[in-house]
Ligand binder design. Structure first.
Ligand SMILES: *[C@@H]1O[C@H](CO)[C@@H](O)[C@H](O)[C@H]1NC(C)=O
Ligand SMILES: *[C@@H]1O[C@H](CO)[C@@H](O)[C@H](O)[C@H]1NC(C)=O
Length: 505
């Protein structure tokens, strides 16, 4: 890995020093002129190009929504900026992408200040290309891919919106331009490294060196080196935005990551070159900024807040980590402690589990959950709604009093945002996004509840079910106000602006 990286970087260095021969930057001037004339730009001297590196820009997922929202915000406020998207979607066209973005996200993009650079070597970042050492393979692949990108057009500011941090040193070398990023998820986290490390440390004193010990030492070294360069690459950025507190925690600790052993090695030639080429530690980025992506909550926010039924609603795919069992147990605890909620009378409470079942594993899980409900003798009041349509789901959101989330350490929890927007009072596990980002007080007043065990979940249900009518409606209103505002497109644009990307142009 060392050799591959060093070889690659040396090759880059040669490319840098023989820049004239390569003519990359000179050619770039011509490319810019060509682009400006294609777009019909009049006063080209005022124009700046912001490049967004997003090889899968046509995928239509959450990461793409962030990309298009950022470009749309830029187009709205900065007439002199041309947004360029580096994408590997060679099978489509600019017009088709713009149409799809409108249909999928309801985001309108102007073709006048938008351009696409289509890249041929995207297969290099696909997991299927790298069955082994996937992280390493994809990272080297991304370095090559961005080289292709820069040899077609060098922007004035480079923003990675897909998490390819290893592109930063390459961009820095080839383009000598400022770099920024929006990170959804760290490529490798310090917890991954420490997990392997603690296991290895536990074995260091054992008399026999088992083969698994060799393996785990090897793996640790791989992770350590990988992490070292990941941190090195991330520090090349001038600004980093992250999508949640969870991601911020990880990215911040990676920015601070150091490894004495590898640091020392980097004082020796030829690795010392890396230090020379990198930005000085003192001016390095210390912290990422949270800019929440927007969630489309319009339909939920239009539902009436009044007339809610005694329904506890869960909306989650029947995946193991969602922990539906905990939902049944919490509901059971509620009925045990407060028998007045049993039966089918006016006080009776219902638990409704809405969720997709994608495969045999999920279907088996649903069957087991039904069995568990029977075992706990709550089956009369538990309802499973598998593969509900969107209108059916909205129907349940309109009726529910309580929105339930039991997943532990959920990174975000879009279903929780949707509950709040819909006016269901959330009871969620006290961890991850629901604790740190979503169900947080508004003006010092709660917007929902957290719990950790069957007992505390049951008590939280009880609290919601016994709120006075005024307190009940106030809580629903507060939750909706908060969720719609915090995760709105306007709030995203404000955060994007405040990240200060403009000053690097
Ligand atoms: C951040 O990105 C990760 C990875 O795509 C995703 O799991 C998480 O839900 C995202 N968070 C937000 C706030 O959208
Ligand atoms: C739910 O949808 C999946 C795939 O869309 C399908 O395989 C499964 O059979 C469906 N399950 C039910 C109960 O409708």
């Amino acid at each position: 890995m060392f050799l591959a990286l060093v070889g690659f970087l040396l090759a880059l260095l040669v490319a840098q020093t023989t820049g004239q021969i390569f003519g990359l930057r000179r050619r770039n001037l011509k490319q810019r002129e060509k682009l400006f004339s294609e777009l019909g730009v009049e006063d080209a001297s005022k124009k700046k190009i912001v490049g967004f590196f997003h090889p899968y820009c046509n995928a239509g997922g959450g990461g793409e929504r962030v990309l298009w929202a950022a470009i749309s915000a830029t187009q709205g406020k900065e007439p002199d900026i041309i947004s360029v998207v580096y994408s590997g979607d060679t099978d489509t066209t600019k017009e088709k992408i713009i149409d799809k973005v409108k249909a999928r996200f309801d985001i309108v993009l102007s073709p006048k200040s938008l351009h696409f650079v289509f890249l041929e070597s995207r297969h290099l970042v696909e997991d299927s290309t790298w069955p082994r050492f996937t992280l390493l393979g994809q990272s080297l692949g991304s370095m090559y891919l961005v080289w292709e990108a820069m040899s077609i057009l060098i922007p004035d500011l480079f923003i990675d919106t897909m998490g390819y941090a290893f592109t930063f040193p390459v961009v820095s070398l080839l383009g000598n331009i400022p770099i920024g990023a929006y990170v959804h998820y760290p490529t490798i986290s310090t917890t991954m490294v420490s997990r392997v490390k603690s296991r290895a440390a536990g074995h260091t004193n054992s008399a026999t060196i088992s083969s698994s010990n060799v393996l785990s030492t090897g793996k640790l070294l791989y992770y350590r080196i990988f992490m070292y360069y990941y941190a090195y690459s991330l520090r090349q950025a001038r600004f980093i935005m992250v999508n949640s507190s969870w991601t911020k925690g990880h990215v911040d600790s990676i920015l601070q990551y150091s490894d004495k052993f590898l640091d020392t090695i980097h004082l020796l030639p030829p690795l010392v070159l890396l230090e020379v080429l990198s930005r000085r530690r003192s001016e390095c980025l210390k912290e990422a900024q949270i800019v929440y992506p927007s969630c489309d909550t319009r339909q939920m926010a239009a539902l009436p807040l009044e007339g809610r039924e005694r329904v506890i609603l869960s909306i989650a795919q029947f995946r193991p980590e969602k922990d539906h069992q905990a939902q049944l147990r919490a509901f059971h605890a509620l009925l045990e402690k407060y028998p007045e909620y049993r039966g089918s009378g006016p006080d009776a409470v219902q638990l409704v589990l809405v969720g997709g079942s994608r495969n045999v594993g999920d279907a088996t899980r649903v069957e087991n959950l039904r069995l568990l409900a029977r075992e706990l003798d709550i089956q009369e009041q538990v309802r499973f709604v598998v593969n509900a349509s969107f209108p059916d789901m909205l129907g349940w959101l309109a009726r529910a009093s309580i929105g339930l989330g039991t997943m532990v350490d959920e990174h975000f929890g879009i279903n929780i945002v949707e509950f709040m927007a819909a006016g269901a009072i959330v009871v969620a596990h006290a961890s991850g996004g629901p604790l740190l980002d979503i169900v947080v007080p508004l003006d010092g007043e709660p917007t929902g509840y957290h719990a950790t065990s069957s007992g505390t979940f049951a008590e939280a249900f009880r609290t919601v079910l016994t709120l006075s009518p005024e307190a009940d409606i106030a809580m629903r209103t507060r939750a909706r106000t908060w969720a719609v505002r915090k995760f709105s497109a306007e709030e995203f644009e404000r955060g994007w602006d405040e990240s200060g990307w403009r000053k690097w142009l």
